[in-house]
Design a protein around this ligand. Structure first.
Ligand SMILES: [Zn+2]
Length: 473
């Protein structure tokens, strides 16, 4: 599989450290609010990546953290804690907020057919691991203590800006946004590993550490959780592109300083979802969530398809008009599948040709729009419906659009409707027959009897009136 690697900034062959096995890490949500559909675009594309790796025969282990402590409102270690902000907003404890929004996040994921990673680890469950890592960084001289906090010393690295040139600009933004620049650090890119003092409101959750009662910085959690569950050699690390700097840059700095060797070989970043205000955020514009889309009558899977229609490395602009178009396309696709008859045998030779094309599309830097084109090619293919249905089911292992399930649902609904119409027709015929008999119009009564017979309707006169049922065939 060819995949773009942010480390090196080029497409390259994806080669895991151990043959056949993939160790995959995903930055999870900070559970202080609902996820907006821009966040979820990233999780959808990561889900497709994971499923495609499995489809290609890799044995994948995927780990995700849940940030329930330590994520400040600015990624540059300044500002209030996001969790504490959420708790204050809703007059709840931090743990109540974390529990509520963790559940909300996975509920959204289920609706979008995003598989839950093999391991999901809340940061608050890994405090001893964080402390151990920070201690080693202090022991080896990569970290220092200043005004009560433990900092990572980025000047100890030969190359801090691992992802290339755009980072200086990002950093400027970070500095400008922060109201209070941290004067305790030695270099402007240094970041907090462990807080015991904050300029802002105090944390609700704190733990004892060798450096005093406090709480972990945000960046340390992903390194420690990844090392805990996936070992010293990570094959692929995923996240939204806004995480590349400073979050992922800091993860690499501290992980490689800790390990003394290269840590993660491949970095997968999904570009932003834009709305009319520009980059989607929780604070400006309409707060676009899965629930909001549902309340407007959209199927969440139409949003998944909308994401698959464009490449993960291109920014995607969301409008209701474009979601309407995708919904139309999705419904048409399902209707076509529902009209198929599964009554033949799979033509293996033809199937392999289409499977190869589908795999080739995704092997080329996860070209999901081309993979969707493969679905339409199958519909037009010169083969029987059974082969088509077999292929659609196979592709849906990666696309997860519920192609077969939704088609079956549609067919069942149609059949139910057909039955309802028949019942009305039968009642009308019986009424007509009764009327004809009353008028001694035997010719009409006989004709209706024949018609009912042809429909396999058995009519019986009972003391309670005329009853009918469909004869067992
Ligand atoms: Zn992370």
């Amino acid at each position: 599989m060819i995949l773009y690697n942010t480390l090196g900034q080029k497409k390259q062959e994806f080669v895991p450290f151990e043959e056949g096995k993939v160790r995959m890490y995903t930055c999870g949500p900070t559970v202080y609010h609902y996820a907006h559909i821009g966040n979820l675009r990233t999780y959808i594309m990561e889900d497709v990546l994971e499923k495609h790796l499995r489809y290609s025969g890799f044995d994948v282990k995927r780990v995700m953290n849940i940030t329930d402590v330590g994520h400040l409102s600015s990624d540059a270690d300044t500002g209030e804690d996001k969790m504490l902000k959420g708790a204050k907003r809703e007059h709840k404890t931090v743990l109540e907020i974390a529990d509520f929004y963790t559940k909300a996040f996975f509920s959204d994921c289920r609706k979008l057919n995003i598989k839950t990673p093999d391991v999901v680890e809340p940061a608050t469950q890994c405090i001893p691991e964080f402390i151990e890592m920070v201690q080693k960084l202090l022991d080896t001289g990569y970290a220092y203590i200043s005004e009560g906090n433990v900092y990572f010393d980025t000047s100890k690295l030969d190359n801090y800006y691992v992802f290339g040139n755009q980072n200086e600009d990002d950093l400027e933004i970070g500095v400008r946004d922060s109201v209070t620049e941290d004067t305790a650090k030695r270099n402007k890119t240094d970041f907090v590993l462990w807080f015991t003092k904050s300029k802002f409101d105090d944390q609700e959750l704190k733990w004892d550490s060798p450096w005093g009662n406090g709480y972990p910085g945000w960046h340390i959690e992903c390194s420690a959780i990844s090392l805990k569950h996936l070992g010293e050699h990570l094959d692929i690390h995923c996240g939204g592109v806004d995480n590349a700097f400073p979050h992922h840059t800091n993860e690499i700095a501290q992980s490689e300083a800790y390990l003394g060797h290269k840590w993660c070989s491949h970095w997968f970043h999904v570009l932003h979802l834009l709305d009319s205000t520009g980059k989607m955020s929780k604070s400006k514009g309409e707060f676009l969530t899965v629930s909001l889309l549902e309340s407007k009558g959209y199927n969440p899977l139409a949003y998944r398809m909308f994401c698959l229609q464009s490449h993960y490395r291109k920014p995607l602009t969301f409008t209701y008009e474009s979601l309407d178009n995708t919904t139309l396309a999705y419904n048409k696709l399902i209707a076509k599948i529902a009209a198929m008859n599964n009554d033949g045998e799979v033509d293996e030779v033809t199937a392999q040709v289409y499977i190869a094309k589908f795999k080739e599309a995704l092997d080329n830097d996860l070209n999901t729009s081309l993979a969707l084109t493969c679905v339409y090619d199958v519909l037009k293919a010169n083969t029987n419906d059974t082969t088509k249905l077999y292929l659609l089911k196979d592709f849906d292992r990666v696309l997860s659009l519920n192609l077969i399930e939704e088609a079956n649902k549609l067919r069942a609904e149609k059949e139910e409707k057909a039955c309802a119409v028949d019942a009305e027709k039968v009642e009308a015929l019986i009424a007509e027959r009764t009327e004809a008999r009353k008028n001694k119009d035997w010719a009409t009564a006989d004709r209706i009897r024949d018609e009912l017979n042809a429909m396999h309707i058995v009519v019986t006169d009972t003391p309670e009136g005329i009853k009918w049922h469909v004869a067992d065939r």
